[in-house]
Design a protein around this ligand. Structure first.
Ligand code: NAP
Ligand code: GLV
Length: 317
């Protein structure tokens, strides 16, 4: 039997309950043959073999003695990996949804185009009733560096290349993506970052990538380059970003994810003229596509006992 546990930190409690109900409806429609329990139903914990989850608080799965595997409804699984009550031999399957990749590519394109076309500058001029041309750089002369070329980053890179930008991407292993230059290793990171007019982060949060958007990296960027963080809040050193913006080293930052979510009301990012904030909405999981992918994975497991490809705990992604 399946236990569905959703507790999305972006939502308030009422919205989280509505989210659980909506996920339940979608999952039941996608796999009517399964019994799916939630916090609202009575079940014997010993009957649960699969947990389908969205960021539940640590320890939420500790009462399940016969849990075999976990399916995350999010792409990023760092909070699940950090839950020490989950035995390390329980496979964690993350959602790999091409529809979500399209959605994040749309968000990346939206932020890149807004920065490329100087929308923050025009907004500031509009506020002062000033008519001024801020100039235009050809798309073909504008270089976009993407940190992470996985499902999300490669989709973003393809769309940005299609829009005519010079697209570059950094990953652990070299990639062959049409019209996207591939970089790897520390040298590759420095090389790509030093050429990035706009840097988009789509890395998973791991011990190796935590804090990667820091003073040293900002110092490698071309002056006034822009930064877009769609990965995770802890990729970014908040103080280093504020310093880089105030010194003019970074021109503008578009941030979708934060160290603490919701972003506290007194955080200096809110009122900074060179920061655009969105509340972790770059790519919400599509309930229809997500539930169908989970159902297909569960069905395959019921049929042949094979658990879908799991996150590599040694790499933390
Ligand atoms: P993925 O398919 O696992 O891809 C991860 C990419 O990062 C891969 O290209 C990987 O390289 C690269 N990478 C990992 N560690 C690295 C390192 N130490 N050095 C260089 N490259 C490294 O993950 P994904 O599905 O694209 O998702 C990425 C992240 O996007 C998620 O973890 C999540 O944090 C974020 N996300 C955010 C939202 C949102 O709404 N803001 C929505 C969905 C996802 P290799 O390809 O060589 O393995
Ligand atoms: C959302 O941020 C996800 O990781 O799916």
């Amino acid at each position: 039997m399946i236990l569905l546990l959703t507790s999305d930190p972006r939502d308030d409690p009422d919205a989280a309950d509505a989210g659980t109900a909506d996920w339940l409806a979608h999952l039941e429609r996608a796999m009517p043959e399964e019994t799916i329990h939630t916090v609202w139903t009575h079940y014997d914990p010993a009957d649960i073999d699969i947990a389908v989850i969205v960021q539940p608080p640590p320890g939420s799965l500790a009462h399940l003695p016969n849990l075999v595997w976990i399916h995350s409804l999010w792409a990023g699984v760092e909070t699940i990996l950090a839950d020490e009550t989950i035995p390390p031999d329980i496979p964690i399957v993350r959602l790999q949804d091409p529809h979500m990749a399209d959605t994040i590519a749309e968000a990346a394109a939206m932020h890149v185009l807004a920065l490329h076309r100087k929308m923050p500058g025009y907004r500031a001029l509009q506020d002062q009733h000033i008519w001024r041309d801020l100039g235009y750089t050809e798309t073909s002369e504008t270089r976009i560096g993407i940190l992470g070329l996985g499902l999300m980053g490669s989709a973003a890179a393809r769309v940005l290349a299609m829009l005519g930008f010079q697209a570059m991407g950094w990953s652990r292993n070299a990639k062959a993506i049409e019209n996207v230059e591939s970089f790897t290793g520390d040298g590759g990171l420095a090389d790509m970052v030093s050429k990035s007019d706009i840097l988009v982060n789509l890395l998973p949060l791991t011990p190796q990538t935590r804090g990667i958007l820091n003073r040293e990296l900002f110092a490698m960027l071309p002056p006034k380059a822009n930064v877009v963080n769609l990965g995770r809040g802890p990729h970014l050193d908040d103080d280093d970003l504020l310093e880089a913006l105030d010194s003019g080293r970074v021109g503008h930052a578009a941030l979708d994810v934060f160290q603490e979510e919701p972003l506290p009301g007194d955080h200096p990012f809110w009122d900074h003229p060179s920061i655009t904030i969105t509340p972790h909405v770059a790519a919400p999981t599509g309930r229809l596509t997500g539930s169908r992918i989970v159902a297909a994975n569960v069905r395959r497991y019921r049929a042949d006992g094979n658990i879908p490809e799991a996150v590599d705990r040694r790499l933390s992604y």
